[in-house]
Design a protein around this ligand. Structure first.
Ligand code: UD1
Length: 420
């Protein structure tokens, strides 16, 4: 199994071009099932999750090929409505294919997506919302069998009891070809939802209000193919900025989505880093010592502080002067990386949803196993700040979401190698 060998203690310096957003690319690839024609999706990151999405599309008969960060799809003929358990297990976001296949084919068979990484990730809101849209859903032998009661899914008024990103996406995907109007109240406002809607609008869908809590979709009979470019990855941005803050140095991120990264930037600025932004650019300089963040950092749905940036920022705060406190409000089990950071010398106490980080003078190299995607990235950030060498294994978690992370870190002058 591959691992990363990281030798810390070098300041990072340089310019990198950000990858396209994983969390946008995956639902947009699912959405490519809806138009009866060809789509060209540009700025798609080269990631194992994107390859999994391509395998799902091909298994459904939607021809999908991927090269040079471009995904080409042809959904003229969809030959299957079933996604195998094996493909469903490859990644959690396989669940958004449910809404898309239902929208186009009026039926689908899927299963509960992959294991437990961040605590329980139920899909009850996805199921109850689709039921409201006139879909019969039953579960047998681990398979979820969905059939539309009438000819097409029906528009419905849906009130989510939490602004779930995946549930909002599934409802939109099903609603764009449904009969009538769908209203989603308490919809997720994440920028990746607006990106998905941007793609669907280019295919001819009628969607209003994305980016706000109330989204209104008027179902169309048909959609057509289009060309679309995926937005930049704001979580990859937070990751490279946190690495630079932790190790010291200065970085320019090009192709960045500045406004969408603001909830993270406003917090990292409080560590004493100099942050400035320009047209699709973010600059950060990390001086001698970071300061702890005085206010509790609460992860919240967008535009709150993103849960996906909690782990990477924690690595930087592990070497800050003073005590910082995180409150994880989105996932129950999102502090699994803290053990690895503690092995590197970080002083972190976890009590339920709270993590208290007392900054230490320095971290030291250690061997660690990536526990999940963002947790794995936080271990690289800590290893870059540490004295000595760290080995990080189970890096397949990291490869799910970061395009050639070792090349980006090396471009910044970091010492990282991928070894077998
Ligand atoms: C998406 C992102 C993930 C991010 C998360 C929150 C993708 C591929 N993944 O995940 O990176 O961390 O948003 O910003 O875009 N929940 C239920 N029932 C449901 C659905 C969700 O209880 O039916 C709960 C979840 O267990 C979790 C919370 O709601 O505690 C948020 O989940 P959700 O917003 O749906 O996250 P994902 O779409 O899984």
């Amino acid at each position: 199994m591959q691992k990363f060998v990281v030798t810390g203690g070098r300041r990072l310096r340089g310019e990198i071009k950000l990858q396209g957003s994983k969390n946008s690319a995956l639902p947009i690839m699912a959405a490519a099932i809806l138009p009866e024609g060809q789509c060209l999706i540009k700025n798609c990151p080269e990631l194992t999750d994107v390859y999994s999405a391509a395998r799902i599309l091909n298994s459904l008969g939607c021809k999908c090929s991927f090269s040079d960060n471009q995904v080409f799809t042809d959904s003229a003929l969809i030959s299957s409505t079933e996604i195998s358990e094996e493909l469903m297990r490859e990644m959690r976001s396989s669940i958004v294919f449910m809404g898309a296949v239902l929208g186009r084919m009026k039926e689908c068979t899927v299963s509960i997506p992959g294991g437990c990484e961040l605590g329980p990730r139920p899909i009850d809101m996805h199921i109850s919302s689709l039921r409201k849209m006139g879909i019969d859903i039953r579960e047998t032998g681990g398979r979820i069998i969905c059939r539309t009661r009438s000819e097409r899914p029906k528009g419905a008024k849906i009130n989510l009891n939490f602004p779930s990103v995946g549930a909002t996406e599934n409802i939109i995907l099903c609603a764009v070809l449904a009969d009538g109007e769908t209203v989603i109240n308490n919809a997720a406002r994440e920028p990746e939802i607006s990106d998905l809607c941007g793609f669907l609008r280019k295919c001819g869908a009628d969607i209003k209000g994305d980016g706000e809590s109330r989204i209104i979709i008027n179902g169309k009979e048909k959609l057509h193919g289009c060309e679309y470019s995926v937005m930049p990855d704001r979580i990859a941005a937070a990751t490279y900025l946190s690495m630079t803050a932790a190790a010291g140095g200065e970085i320019i991120l090009k192709n960045a989505c500045v406004a969408e990264t603001e909830p993270f930037l406003s917090v990292i600025e409080q560590t004493g880093c100099t942050v400035s932004t320009g047209e699709r650019k973010i600059y950060l300089r990390s001086g001698a010592r970071l300061h702890a963040v005085r206010d509790r950092i609460r992860t919240m749905p967008y535009p709150g502080f993103p849960t996906d940036a909690q782990a990477v920022l924690m690595s930087a705060l592990s070497v800050a002067d003073g005590t910082s406190v995180f409150e994880e409000n989105i996932f129950d089990c999102r502090y699994r990386h803290t053990q690895a950071l503690a092995k590197m010398g970080a002083d972190i106490q976890v009590m339920g949803k709270i993590a208290v980080i007392k900054g230490v003078n320095r971290l030291h190299g250690a061997n660690a196993e990536a526990t999940d995607l963002r947790g794995g990235a936080s271990m690289i950030a800590a290893a870059l700040a540490a004295e000595g060498t760290s080995e990080i294994s189970r890096i397949y978690h990291i490869d799910r979401g970061y395009e050639k992370i070792e090349e980006a870190v090396r471009l910044l002058g970091g010492d990282i190698k991928r070894v077998q």
